[in-house]
Design a protein around this ligand. Structure first.
Ligand code: ADP
Ligand code: MG
Length: 248
C-alpha cells in the first residue's frame, strides 16, 4: 500500500514558540489517523503545513511520494488535498445544500453529480431536513457539519479535519463517526482527524499520534494508546475528553 501523506521531520517556529519539532507522520490510503494532544501542541500547525497554508522552517511533505513542500495551497488542493477549519466556515446566505454542492462544483463535478453528492452527505449527516434553509440560520454545530460535508463533497484523496466534532452533541458525534467511516470505506481517502473528543477518536481511528509541545510523544492503535498510562494520565480526563491545560 502506498503511503499517501508523508511528512518528514517538519519543524516550525513562530518567534519564540516552537510550534512543531521534527514531526514525521504518515497517513496511508484508506486509513483514518488521529492526531491528539492539548491546546497549543501544534496540531493545527501541522495541518497548515500539510495543506500549504503555512511553510515549514525545515522538513518535507509528500503526497503519493511527490514532494509538495513548497507548493501553494491551491496546487495541493488540485492534487486532491482537502481540509476543514477549526472554525467551521459556511456561506451563510446560501442554502445548506448549495454549500455542500459547492464542494463538488469546485472540483468540476457536474450540477447533477453535485446535487447527488450533497443529498447523500446531507442524509448521512442528518442535515437533509434543513437542506433549503440558509446555512447561516443553523446553530454553530450544524454549520460545522455543513463545512465537513462540503469538504467531503469534493471526494478528496486526502482529508484533514481540524476539530470537526467540537460543539457537536453526543448524538451527532455518533452519526459523524459513521460518516467518516463510510467515506473511508466507499472510496478510500487517507484521513487525518484532529479532535478532543476521545469517544470519536477511539471509535474511528486506525492509528493515533500524540503530539505535545510540537513533538510526537506516542503513536499506536487506539487500544495501544488507551493502554499508554503516561498518555492517559497526562491527557485523558475523567470526562473522556482530552483536558485543556489552563493558563495557555
Ligand atoms: N500564526 C501564528 N503565529 C504565532 N504563533 C502561532 C501561530 N500559529 C500557532 N502559533 C503557536 O504555535 C503553537 C501551536 O499552535 P497550534 O498549532 O494552533 O496548536 P493546537 O492546534 O494543537 O492547539 C501555539 O503555541 C500557538 O500559540
Ligand atoms: Mg488547533
Amino acid at each position: 500500500m502506498s503511503a499517501v501523506i508523508e511528512t518528514h521531520e517538519l519543524s516550525k517556529r513562530y518567534r519564540r514558540v516552537t510550534a512543531l519539532s521534527d514531526c514525521s507522520v504518515t497517513v496511508p490510503e484508506s486509513r483514518i489517523c488521529a492526531l491528539i494532544g492539548p491546546n497549543g501542541a501544534g496540531k493545527t500547525t501541522l495541518i497548515n503545513l500539510i495543506t500549504g497554508f503555512d511553510l515549514p522552517d525545515s522538513g518535507t511533505i509528500a503526497l503519493d511520494r511527490q514532494e509538495v513542500t513548497r507548493w501553494g495551497p491551491a496546487r495541493r488542493a488540485r492534487a486532491g488535498l482537502a481540509r476543514t477549519f477549526q472554525q467551521g466556515r459556511v456561506f451563510g446566505e446560501l442554502s445548506v445544500r448549495e454549500n455542500v454542492e459547492l464542494g463538488a462544483l469546485g472540483v468540476r463535478a457536474g450540477a447533477a453529480e453535485a446535487r447527488r453528492r450533497a443529498e447523500e452527505l446531507l442524509a448521512a449527516m442528518e442535515l437533509a431536513e434543513h437542506a433549503r434553509l440558509p446555512a447561516g440560520e443553523l446553530p454553530h454545530g450544524e454549520q460545522r457539519k455543513i463545512a465537513v460535508a462540503r469538504a467531503l463533497a469534493a471526494r478528496p484523496r486526502y482529508v484533514l479535519m481540524d476539530e470537526p466534532a467540537a460543539g457537536l452533541f453526543e448524538h451527532d458525534v455518533v452519526a459523524f463517526a459513521h460518516v467518516i467511516r463510510s467515506v473511508r470505506d466507499s472510496y478510500g481517502p487517507g484521513i487525518l482527524i484532529v479532535d478532543h473528543n476521545m469517544a470519536l477518536i477511539m471509535e474511528v481511528s486506525d492509528r493515533i499520534e500524540v503530539l505535545d509541545q510540537g513533538r510526537l510523544i506516542a503513536s499506536g492503535t487506539a487500544e495501544e494508546i488507551r493502554q499508554n498510562l503516561d498518555v492517559a494520565s497526562a491527557y485523558l480526563g475523567a470526562s473522556g475528553v482530552i483536558s485543556e491545560p489552563s493558563g495557555v
